[in-house]
Design a protein around this ligand. Structure first.
Ligand code: ATP
Length: 407
């Protein structure tokens, strides 16, 4: 078990007191240094000296900060009905760290939880300091309730889509129709820009495929235990494309299936050619139909105010805030529910003793002010995450960050 001892302030950076955290298992020594900031009545993690500590032995209960309902975590954790949290924002702002810390907090609050990365450049494995690759659910060691992680392999998901569509309307059929002189149908196929879609998948396709894949997993009895699903999504641009993608794919696939019907009933010659491959054609058509249904479900999931919430993560910097504002506007237009905005990596108030930090903090405060005056962001619940001086890696560190952010 961890213990906590209070020692006198060691530097002017520390506003009130320092708390040293220990872990005794495997003779591991200091785990972290906390600073108590009286202004905000909260503890700030200053450093973690030992990274290879044992998850289960890291406890900060004895120094828990006074509980404030800042993020509205009580509301997030309430109920056993399944809820989905999608965390998204600009690249590098801390989406993965926030998503992973939220997942750990849910699991420690009694929810069997699944955390999924749909970002093609996965960093969940790095965040949990555990190998989570492979496209299957991997148990994360440490939390009190089951926590599983899943990194969806976008290449594999895209390949599935490619083979399904090629069989039932892609280049093979297009060439065949050209050979038969059915120019008109080829034109219709061209309109779908399917070839383009397959050769250079738009950002968002990976994401949509990944989410569809997760929903497929979740339909099975085996995964019915999960009551909280946290998505670590790809950077903003991808997310925005994703939102319009289900409509696009739904329309495209719908047209392909209609086109296929037209082709099969067009001439007896074509019928006989397709007849030879009737089973394959049927399989492909079924796959496409399935894909279309899943895309519709993804679209519905994003807009379901009862079970889904999109949490925007940003940093206190003008560019990031502007991007968050645009993201929020687009999400609003698409009727995607957003209630919370995490502003991560905020310098602690005590960071004023060096010129650089003082300037930086001033800059950050100006950016925070921008949020208050931004018509898209000002009405969201503002959650502030402190900048800590080490990388947040592994369950104990994620638990620590989660306890600061998700209150
Ligand atoms: N509050 C914080 N204090 C200090 N470092 C942080 C904090 N939040 C995140 N980081 C660090 O910033 C880096 C990027 O974080 P993370 O991977 O969570 O961001 P991301 O938005 O998911 O990035 P990407 O868009 O590249 O996937 C990591 O090294 C992480 O440890």
């Amino acid at each position: 078990m961890a213990s906590c001892s209070l020692i006198p302030p060691a530097s002017s950076l520390v506003s009130s007191s320092l708390c040293k955290l220990f872990t005794s298992r495997n003779s591991m020594a200091t785990v972290g240094l906390l600073s108590f900031a009286p202004k905000t009545s909260s503890f700030v993690l200053l450093s973690i000296k030992q990274r290879a500590y044992h998850e289960s032995s890291f406890r900060v209960r004895s120094v828990a900060a006074p509980v404030e309902d800042v993020a509205g975590f009580d509301d997030m954790v309430a109920g056993t009905q399944r809820k989905y949290y999608m965390l998204g924002g600009k690249g590098g702002v801390g989406k993965t760290s926030c998503a992973a810390s939220l997942a750990v907090k849910f699991a420690n609050s009694g929810h069997p939880t699944l955390v999924v990365s749909t970002d093609p450049a996965h960093s969940l494995s790095d965040s949990f300091a555990q190998d989570l690759t492979g496209g299957t659910l991997v148990p994360v060691e440490g939390p009190e309730c089951p926590l599983f992680a899943l990194e969806i392999n976008p290449d594999k998901a895209r390949e599935e889509f490619r083979s399904a569509t090629q069989k039932s309307g892609g280049t093979g059929v297009k060439d065949f129709m050209e050979g038969m002189g059915l120019g008109m149908l080829v034109e219709q196929l061209g309109e779908l820009k399917l070839g383009e879609l397959l050769d250079t998948p738009p950002p968002g396709l990976d994401e949509a495929m990944a989410i569809a894949k997760v929903m497929q997993f979740l339909e099975s009895q085996e995964y019915s235990m999960f009551t909280r699903i946290v998505f670590d999504t790809a950077p903003t641009g991808h997310t925005l494309r994703l939102l319009s993608l289900p409509d696009f794919l739904d329309a495209s696939i719908g047209k392909i299936l209609k086109l296929r019907q037209k082709i099969t009933s067009a001439t007896s010659a074509i019928k006989s050619v397709f007849g030879q491959e009737q089973t394959t054609q049927q399989d492909a058509a079924d796959k496409l139909e399935q894909l279309r249904e899943r895309m519709i479900k993804v679209r519905e999931l994003f807009r379901d105010t009862d079970s889904t919430e999109f949490v925007i993560v940003t940093i206190p910097a003008v560019m990031a805030i502007n991007e968050s504002s645009r993201l929020r506007a687009s999400l609003k237009k698409e009727n995607v529910p957003v209630k919370r905005l995490v502003v991560n990596q905020i310098l602690p108030p005590s960071a004023t003793d060096c010129k650089f930090c003082a300037m930086k903090r001033k800059d950050q405060l100006r950016a925070l002010d921008m949020i208050q005056n931004d018509p898209e962001l000002s009405n969201l619940t503002l959650i502030q995450g402190p900048l800590v001086d080490v990388e947040i890696r592994g369950v104990p560190a994620l638990k620590f960050l989660g306890d600061i952010i998700w209150k």
